[in-house]
Design a protein. Structure first.
Lengths: 287, 419
């Protein structure tokens, strides 16, 4: 009796999570995959016809938007590393007993709705707003200068909105570094730069990897920033999918584009994991 | 996690090299099961045959309405800014009929609203509303074709019969008002901010003027933007052909690639226009007026010389409504000239009740000061009571023969807006 219970316990533990995944991930994924291979329209209905053309048509029509999404996602990720790494480093090594306060401050923007935060940028960066208005009046900016409705605004919004997801994993990795390792490096006559490059940086890479995963993926599939802060020629693939699904009700092409995006991102992630070395990835997973 | 490096290398090799075994057999079985699952996930659509005779239509009406009774409540889904937030009309309705109304401003977009209710209606489930307002156009046609709307019993619409303007009784998208009666109409024209634009635009070509580079807002909606391209070229959108669409799209592409367009807006063009992010844009007539009233701005709206688009938002009852009798009573209530007048005074869109003009005029006579001035302006406004000469310049959206034609149209213009 006892051994049976012991054997069943792991399954009982995984049951709620497994059921959740099965219902809310596996089933919708199968439905979407099926949709992407269907043809028809919303009035006459869609039927499964193994129609690969949605993929071909989607990629030929929207390859610009796919490439743009990846570039925007990449740019946002790089900006987040540049901004986030020093923050994470500072909190981990100089935060002393106020670390949790600083971490709370990093998370604070998350208490405000994502869409609201993005819309507030519209006010902040408006052509005659509190920032650009005075600068232009002072003659520091050309008359037709603007930030809103440019790629820079979209990339900026993406960087801002996902920044905490970059800082937190990097902080976790940095915080785990034993300070005695740094002392040891210095005892062995490593300069500060050498200590950073050969001790801190390699040990922080798993955190950076996790941060990149958690920001690059949502940033390249985002559509809110492009629709709120973007202008012409800043459409991302997320906007295309939303448009095809909710405006045109062309479900097959929307589903096909979702899977294309997923495939591109997975390939990218595996290539990245390879380049960084799988051991580090396993190390992250093991934690 | 286990450390793989300490494992027997032979085991690793065995796991990583390809060998057709039991595992693969399972995988294959799994794949074919997935294939079956994929094929089973079709999406139902049910096109309904149009009633072929008026007798057939009449029997559909009788069949639906027989046995339906008043329940004392109605759930009403409408667009934002389509009624005074104090809802005086609804209070009056409850006083008169004893029917309570839950009014929600939940419709932001025809396509988004359709996407939300379509699966529910397809499954025959309630959408939680008995009355909703949808614009004539693609989604309205789809609602009719799919049989999602209740055929109206005109015996229950005496006010509509007595007071609706002639043109609102015979709209091309719903001849004979089988499924819908109008809530309000509006025009799509050019709005501008006089702080930045000195000469009032009189033609669509103003939106192509390089001196407004980066300061022009266009709409993302393919019907709205398509119509502007066609008006510019002197094409009547109602009678346009695919070749006309291509010509209009080429003009719109030119406008975009010259950097004149700042952005393609869904709804939120009014704020940027007020702030000066854009100086002139495509706009819906009533939006501009309401912005001026509520925030004291001085934005202007013009109908260009080439003509403009007129659209109609319509009240209709979804087929799964729980309180259809209460809903149709409310629909008819809005055709009382006093009620229609009060509503038009607030929303400033075209009212389908011409007699409301006299009501607003008498309200103006009774008022004084600024109120008097505003009310007189509304009663005389061509945007609320267009004259026959105004109507002659107004055009509707293109009705599409079938979904292929509609898709062709959307693809042509969305290539501009979602590039």
């Amino acid at each position: 009796m006892r051994t049976l219970r012991a054997r069943l316990t792991p399954y009982a533990l995984i049951f709620p999570g497994g059921l959740w995944l099965a219902i809310f991930f596996v089933v919708p994924t199968v439905v979407m995959l099926s949709l992407s291979l269907q043809s028809g329209n919303v009035v006459d209905g869609f039927a499964f016809t193994f129609n690969w053309h949605s993929y071909v048509d989607g990629v030929t029509t929207y390859h610009d938007q796919i490439v743009r999404s990846l570039l925007y996602g990449l740019a946002a990720t790089v900006i987040q590393i540049v901004i986030g790494f020093p923050v994470a480093y500072w909190i981990a090594f100089k935060g002393a007993n106020r670390k949790s306060v600083y971490l709370f401050l990093v998370l604070l923007p998350f208490l405000v709705s994502f869409v609201l935060r993005t819309i507030s940028w519209q006010y902040l960066l408006s052509d005659n707003g509190i920032l650009l208005g005075p600068l232009r009046d002072a003659g520091l900016l050309p008359q037709d200068f603007r930030i809103l409705a440019t790629p820079a605004a979209v990339i900026g919004g993406l960087s801002y909105n996902f920044l905490p997801f970059m800082i937190l994993p990097m902080y976790v990795a940095l915080e785990r570094i034993d300070p005695r390792l740094l002392e040891a490096a210095q005892d062995l006559y490593a300069s500060r730069v050498q200590t950073f490059l050969r001790v801190v940086l390699p040990l922080s890479l798993p955190g950076v990897f996790a941060g990149v995963l958690m920001t690059f993926v949502p940033a390249s599939s985002d559509y809110v920033n492009a629709s709120v802060l973007g202008g012409t020629n800043t459409t991302m693939i997320g906007n295309v999918i939303q448009n095809q699904y909710l405006i045109n009700q062309d479900y097959p092409i929307a589903a096909a584009m979702s899977f294309t995006l997923m495939a591109v991102l997975l390939v990218g992630i595996f290539a990245y994991a390879r380049a960084l070395g799988t051991e580090d990835v396993l190390e992250v997973a093991a934690r | 996690m286990n450390d793989f490096r300490n494992q027997d290398p032979a085991l690793l090799r065995g796991m990583t090299q390809r060998r057709l075994g039991r595992r693969d057999a399972f995988r294959l079985a799994g794949l074919s099961a997935a294939g079956l699952a994929l094929a089973a996930c079709g999406v139902q659509g049910k096109r309904v045959a149009k009633p072929s005779s008026s007798a057939q239509a009449q029997s559909a009406v009788q069949q639906y309405w027989s046995g339906k009774v008043k329940n004392g409540h109605v759930d009403f889904a409408n667009w934002p800014l389509y009624m005074d937030p104090k809802q005086p009309e609804l209070k009056q309705f409850t006083d008169q009929t004893g029917i309570t109304v839950t009014y929600k401003e939940v419709i932001q977009e025809n396509a988004g609203w359709f996407a939300k209710i379509q699966p529910l209606l397809a499954a025959g489930q309630s959408i939680d509303y008995d009355l909703m307002v949808v614009t004539n156009g693609i989604q309205f046609t789809q609602l009719v074709e799919l049989g999602y709307l209740v055929p109206l019993d005109h015996g229950k619409l005496p006010n509509f019969a007595a007071n609706a303007g002639a043109r609102y009784k015979n709209e091309s998208y719903d001849p004979g008002n089988v499924y819908s009666i109008p809530w309000a109409s509006g025009m799509t024209g050019i709005a501008y901010n006089p702080k930045y634009v000195d000469t009032p635009p009189t033609s669509y070509s103003a939106l192509w003027d390089p001196k407004y580079k980066g300061k022009v807002g266009m709409m993302a909606d393919s019907q709205e933007i398509g119509n502007f391209g066609m008006f510019l070229l002197g094409i009547d959108p109602e009678k346009s052909t695919p070749a006309d669409w291509e010509k209009a799209a080429a003009k719109l592409k030119e406008q975009r690639d010259a950097g004149i367009v700042r952005k393609y807006y869904d709804q939120g063009y009014v704020d940027p226009l007020g702030k000066g992010d854009i100086w002139l844009c495509q706009a819906w007539s009533g939006d501009i007026f309401q912005k001026n009233i509520s925030e004291g701005t001085d934005l202007q709206f013009v109908i260009p010389d080439e003509g403009a688009t007129i659209w109609t938002d319509n009240m209709m009852i979804p087929k799964t409504a729980a309180n259809p009798v209460d809903a149709i009573t409310l629909m008819d209530f809005f055709y009382d000239p006093k009620v229609a007048g009060g509503l038009a005074e607030y929303i400033n869109y075209v009212t389908p009740v011409p007699a409301a003009q006299a009501v607003i005029k008498s309200d103006a006579d009774a008022a004084s000061g600024d109120d008097k001035k505003t009310l007189t302006e509304i009663a005389d406004s061509p945007l609320v009571f267009p004259s026959d000469a105004d109507y002659a310049k107004l055009r509707s959206y293109r009705n599409f023969k079938n979904t292929d034609e509609q898709k062709q149209y959307e693809n042509i213009f969305q290539a501009i807006t979602t590039a």
